[in-house]
Write a new protein. Sequence first.
Length: 438
Amino acid sequence: MKYQILYIYLLITGSFFAQSEIYYAIDTANNINIENVKDQEFQLLKHQISDKYSQNSYWFKIPAAETDSDYIFKILYERIREAEVYQNSKKIERLRNQRFLSYQFSRKYDVYVKVSPKLHAYIPVELYKIEQSNLKENDHFLLNGFYYGFAFLVIINNLFYFFLFKDNAFLYYSLFLMSMSFGVFTMDGMLNFYEVGEQMSNVLMVSNYIFLAFFSSKFANNYLFLDSFYPNLKKFSYAIGIVIIVFGILYLIFENYYYLLLLNILVFSLLIIYWVCSLLLFNKNVYTKVLVIAYVIILFSAIDFFVLKFLGISIVNVNSVNIKIGAFAEMIILSIAVLYRMNTLKEENELMRQEIINYSKELFHLNVVQKQNSNKNIDELSQRERQIFNLIAQGKSNKEIAAELNISVNTVKFHVKNIYEKLNIKSRKEVLSLEVIV
């Protein structure tokens, strides 16, 4: 009985996996078509295809299966917007208003899918029954709603703090979070879902790269007061920013893979530079440590997805879900950090304000004591010295004093020397700070 149950289990699971199996072949010469594709040798797809840029085309084969269920085949990369799908030599049209390129078909005959990537050959695919596919899609929309809703609340919250406390760090963090959330929005294929055209999608993508680089650098600069530590960093950032804009425009004009690759490298190089700066200031305070830890999660996940995958490399095989989890953690950590920083700066400002008040009181007391001492010293001056002292205080020269008092210049110099010694001063400017004797 045990062996019968085990046999039935293996039969069912084997049938299930067989129905979900996908095969692939690489067309390096671009000479495979629907007429001769059946003669090609296909391999079982064990890992998602992630190759560097090339002119190759990729064919996928979904074998016929004994089932009455319809299946949905998806290419889970929003930048792949077209493919050729055939079943029984007939072309199948894509499903509309889908986040990713999707095709629905029965399993009566073999299905062949041709994909010719315009960028790098990152082609993640999945094959599910229509019910399973719809359920998975609903789960994604639920996760997306939670993520975007939370991001919206964090953005509104930080904007409120900006208007309340007039701290630019709140403003730049809100704008940085907006651009990051829009990047996740495009990764999720939502522009495809709303049928946004390819050209407009490219414009939005490039614009968001520029905003992401600008607002992230402005936030890091304000948050860490980097002008005080690295005064030339801002000029360097603006220079990189100009190059980023140039490559973005070149990509929009020529739609060349290498311009987009260089754009990605420059954007994330700028983010890495600011992260390294925060790392160098790690021991300065607590909120700098928090930024270093919070940034590293989303930063290196994004580098894996947006840069390394372009080069046909993947360290941890990041997808949009991983990016959202990293971004979610970063939002929580940095939101707390920005508030903590504000409270810390508020306490430091209050302490500095109190120290200034105490210093002013001490300075006032010293001035009073100094005036009292000066008045005592003035009492030691002779009648003639008092007269000369008052005339010096009025800004008159030795020659003018001599003429007014009908004495010689040398006599004036003699009395001035005595005045300096008795009052313990060294110049006429110090005389002006003392009260004029009547």
